[in-house]
Design a protein around this ligand. Structure first.
Ligand code: MG
Length: 268
């Protein structure tokens, strides 16, 4: 039973720890994907980091029924895979940066359950797929809709891969605390107002089905992060649309996992 965090201590050194209910962090040593043992020390935390450095971020689009409907899309026959590059990963509390050089006027939030693969795997069957999961964290699949939809040549990656477009955290909650990842309340709160609020039970392809599909003839290495799609309520679907702007604060909240909060600023 652990909420694993990655932090900077008072000397600015990176440490792994276990987040306690009272907010303190107990030091851990060892390998995130092997054995982690308590050091017996309480860490003095100067900053929370994204809880891991992913070796790959695989993301699935249009994976909630009500969101596929609000997007005017058909229910997909197979999961729709795209990739978010490593530069997109952002720490809890650090800003989502709105692109102004390769400018976007249509940056949107997406609350997502992130699955952290804990063991190398390939050709996994859904029946035992969750054995390969280390835990879960919150993600925001930030998306520049203009680059995703109008100027991406039908590829989503341009609009999904700007710097800071994948906040992750604050903690990896291990699977023993979350026996079923497909019954969790999930929401986005923008400037104090709830804009997405649904449940992971609306996924078209549930977490085991996604792992079976994504590992098919494909090695998923330990440290792969899978973003599992977002429910309805994205800014694009509001009338008129709600786009992120400098000064906003956006929080992703998932039941039993925690809250990931990031301010929004313009690119300098
Ligand atoms: Mg998404």
């Amino acid at each position: 039973m652990m909420k694993i965090v990655r932090v900077l201590d008072e000397l600015g050194q990176e440490q792994i720890g276990s987040l306690n209910p009272d907010g303190t962090v107990s030091g851990l040593e060892g390998d995130l994907f092997g054995e982690l043992l308590p050091t017996g020390k309480t860490l003095s935390v100067s900053k929370f980091l994204a809880p891991l450095v992913p070796n790959s971020v695989m993301a699935v689009g249009l994976n909630y029924r009500h969101h596929a409907e609000e997007s005017g899309a058909k229910i997909p026959e197979y999961p729709i895979l795209f990739i978010k590059t490593p530069n997109t990963v952002q720490n809890p509390g650090d800003p989502i940066i709105l692109p102004t050089f390769l400018a976007s006027d249509e940056v949107d939030y997406e609350c997502e359950l992130a699955v952290i693969i804990g063991k190398n795997c390939k050709n996994v069957r859904r029946e035992n797929a969750l054995e390969y999961v280390l835990g879960y964290t919150c993600a925001n699949d930030v998306s520049a809709r203009d680059w995703q939809i109008k100027r991406g040549g039908s590829q989503w990656c341009r609009g999904k891969c700007f710097d800071t477009f994948c906040p992750l955290g604050p903690a990896i909650v291990t699977t023993d605390e979350i026996p079923d990842p497909n019954r969790l309340a999930i929401k986005t709160i923008l400037n104090g107002k709830e804009v997405q609020s649904w449940n992971t039970n609306d996924m078209i392809f549930d977490v085991p089905a996604l792992i079976e599909f994504l590992s098919g003839s494909t090695t998923l290495a330990a440290g792969t992060v899978i973003l599992t799609g977002t429910p309805h309520g994205v800014g694009m679907a509001h009338k008129p649309p709600t786009w992120l702007k400098a000064g906003d604060t956006v929080s992703i909240e998932i039941e039993s996992i925690g809250t990931l909060t990031n301010p929004v600023i313009d690119e300098a």
